[in-house]
Design a protein around this ligand. Structure first.
Ligand code: MTE
Ligand code: MO
Length: 352
């Protein structure tokens, strides 16, 4: 006898699995400390569950897709959705097994993200045309509970076996809990240089550069590079969401010292770090105080590619938040929602 759970139950479970991989996939961009490792685990487990559910689904719909007479726009969207889902699973499994490849400028992890982002709208269109909610009869009974338990248990087991397999094969020996692999173990500027989207300013003349602390402060302050307080340092890991990391000794000035000099207003809650390019990102005030504005890495002055003259070092945050080429520190009373646009557009608008 073939195991064939009710179609609407399978479809409902697929929706739940996709919602989970989408939410946790986004969540990984904010998971930079080991305590957040569960986000990656949940992402992986939900991915395995999705793979199993898709086997049931594809077995059911294959005859319809194979029937050329039945093809229309709805079927086309459904097939595209299926292909994208499979591509997402394939790139995810491949990457998490320690594999890597590059097409044009993208590695498996980049492609996994693109495919994941494409899946959400495709699935939404597919659901608008096809969604039938599970009925009571679809979910009733002990059998459903057992199948759900088997699916979740099996997926957890598969995720753990995957971890064991990677360890056994040694395919990703330097991997962090984020899945990122070490790139550039040497101290100094030799690790890779990346930008979120096309951010690539001309080198900044250090003699003309000034750092300004402004916004919700009692006294706006600004320093030339030579006058900028120095002497603070920290060993911290830059972990890019495209899947690599480097651990370095960073040197510069603790942001709290700059803030003290400018005396944040009573209502100050957020600190936004602004690049000459318009790229910007903010941290809550307390965390910003502990962060470092680095001018040096591994005893070398930062190279242009790494954000010279100064870049944010925000331990525990993923790389995209480590703003490069910082020229202003803006103290704010409210969150800066515009940053979510700025990180995508700064490479095209030059920020001015
Ligand atoms: N101004 C600016 N800062 C930026 C970026 C950017 O595009 N523009 N990219 C971020 C991303 S995605 C990462 S991973 C790190 C990379 O730092 P690196 O080039 O020194 O390795 O810088 C971050 N800081
Ligand atoms: Mo990144």
């Amino acid at each position: 006898m073939r195991l064939a759970p009710p179609p609407r139950l399978v479809d409902g479970a697929i929706l739940a699995a996709v919602a989970t991989v989408a939410a946790t996939g986004l969540g990984t961009a904010f998971a930079g400390v080991p305590a957040a490792a569960w986000v990656f685990d949940l992402h992986g487990v939900a991915g395995f569950a999705l793979a199993v559910l898709l086997v049931f689904k594809f077995r059911r719909v294959a005859p319809r897709v194979g029937n050329a007479a039945a093809w229309n726009r709805t079927v086309a969207v459904s097939v595209a959705t299926a292909l994208i889902a499979v591509a997402g699973l394939a790139t995810g499994v491949f990457w998490s097994l320690g594999g890597s490849f590059t097409v044009l400028a993208w590695n498996a992890m980049n492609l996994h993200v693109f495919v994941g982002l494409a899946l959400v709208p495709l699935l939404a269109v597919h659901l608008l045309a096809r969604w039938r909610p599970p009925r009571r009869v679809d979910v009733e009974g002990r059998r459903t509970a057992l199948q759900a338990a088997a699916l979740v248990g099996g997926s957890i087991l598969a995720w753990r076996l995957r971890g064991a397999l990677v360890a056994l094969l040694g395919t990703a020996p330097s991997r962090r809990f984020t899945g990122s692999r070490e790139a550039g173990a040497a101290p100094g500027n030799t690790f890779p240089s990346t930008s979120w989207v096309a951010d690539d300013p001309d080198p900044i003349d250090p003699d003309g550069w000034r750092l300004t602390v402004r916004g919700a402060v009692e006294r706006e302050r600004s320093w030339s590079l030579g006058a900028l307080p120095a002497g603070d340092g920290e060993r911290a890991t830059l972990d890019c969401t495209s899947g690599w990391y480097t651990t370095q000794d960073w040197r510069g000035v603790r942001v709290g010292r700059l803030l003290d000099a400018a005396d944040p207003a009573d209502g100050a809650r957020w600190v936004s770090f602004r690049s000459v390019t318009g790229y910007r990102f903010s941290l809550p005030l307390g965390e910003a105080r502990r962060a470092l504005l680095a001018t040096h890495v591994g005893d070398e002055p930062l190279s242009h590619g790494h954000g010279s003259p100064a870049r944010l070092v925000a331990p525990g945050r993923r790389g995209f938040q480590w703003v490069k080429w910082v020229e202003a520190v803006e103290v704010r009373e409210t969150p800066d929602y515009g940053q979510w646009i700025a990180i995508f557009t700064s490479g095209f608008t030059r920020g001015r």
